[in-house]
Design a protein around this ligand. Structure first.
Ligand code: ADP
Ligand code: MG
Length: 314
């Protein structure tokens, strides 16, 4: 952990009456990363994000945004931070443009800046054509796009999102994910997003912080997590049909613990280790001269790792 990390959570605990929702959780989020806080319902994700956004107080521990303690210097801490944490209560009779004007004023932005940013943001969240319609007439997905939009006002360098696609239909989910993918390219922006959906985190994020029962289980690059517990499953596809000879050669490659046919022309490999071992596998397979045209992570490998990690924590 370095003090330059834009989001730092230190020994955070939150107790509701006698129930411990967040249990001595420490996590630091790297600048420029898109971190998914992944965990089952009730894991303590929303509670953590609410404490970060100063919507509720910690029982003990501290959280820092851009180096400022949120509880002690909330104004400084939240100055360059956009959030979508609790379902935002917009005024139904206001339009997106009016809502942004109102929120921008609260943020102390000039009229001109509000106007320019409003146009840019509405474009980004694909709501330009609805800029002057009343929010009361919008679908949940459209309201969520506006919620995401307001978090971008005043050009924040951190955004904190609590399950931004939750409760949306598949199309609404896809639209939000597209916007998040675009945001990922914004230089200097650090995003922390909670989700209970593994494939969503896999699709969008580069880092994953797995939380279970209020505790942090892992905080790492997604590509490394896939390799946790020796469950890096890889599928290779060959131009020609496989045979026992090929299978045997693959089994003999260093760190391969299992290899089996999953079709006439493909083999599933279980590899012990992380990215370095996968790189080695790639070169060893190349040396076998067996005309492999594709090598990919087997679909369920992140899921396997995640389920194993959560199971182990219980
Ligand atoms: P998540 O967002 O990961 O689903 P939450 O942070 O919402 O988890 O909740 C963690 C646990 O804390 C849950 O068991 C939930 O019931 C409990 N909890 C959350 N908010 C409150 C509250 N205001 N009062 C009492 N218990 C709460
Ligand atoms: Mg939640």
């Amino acid at each position: 952990m370095t003090n330059e990390d834009p989001i730092i959570i230190e020994n955070l605990t939150k107790v509701y009456k006698r129930f411990t929702a967040v249990d001595d959780l420490s996590l630091s989020v790297k600048k420029n990363s898109f971190t998914g806080m992944l965990g089952p319902n009730g894991a303590g994700k929303s509670t953590t994000l609410k404490i970060l956004s100063n919507l509720t107080r910690a029982t003990s521990g501290s959280v820092y945004l851009n180096g400022y303690d949120v509880a002690l210097q909330p104004k400084n801490a939240l100055e360059n931070v956009g959030t979508v944490v609790e379902t935002p209560e917009f005024y139904a009779y206001m339009t997106p443009r009016e809502t942004f004007r109102y929120l921008g004023k609260i943020l102390g932005m000039s009229k001109e800046r509000i106007a320019t940013e409003t146009d840019e943001i509405l474009e980004k969240v694909k709501m330009t054509e609805w800029a002057d319609n009343k929010l009361g007439t919008f679908s949940k997905g459209m309201r969520q796009r506006i919620a995401l939009g307001q978090s971008l006002l005043n050009n924040p360098d951190i955004i904190i999102l609590d399950e931004p696609t939750s409760g949306l239909d598949p199309r609404g989910m896809a639209e939000i994910r597209e916007i998040l993918k675009d945001l990922r390219r914004k230089e200097g922006l650090t995003i922390l997003m909670s989700s209970h959906m593994l494939h969503e985190v896999n699709d969008l994020c580069d880092r994953v912080a797995v939380v279970s029962r209020g505790k942090l289980i892992v905080n790492d690059d997604i590509s490394n997590v896939i390799g946790v517990n020796g469950v890096r499953k890889i599928e290779i596809k060959l131009i020609n049909e496989t045979n026992d000879d090929i299978l045997e050669k693959i089994k003999n490659i260093c760190n391969v613990t299992e290899a089996k046919y999953v079709g006439k022309k493909s083999i599933e490999i279980v590899l012990k280790g992380g990215l370095a071992e996968q790189a080695q596998l790639l070169s060893d397979i190349g040396a076998l001269n067996i005309q492999v045209y594709s090598l990919s992570s087997a679909e369920n490998s992140l899921e396997t790792s995640y389920l194993d990690l959560v199971k182990e924590s219980i």
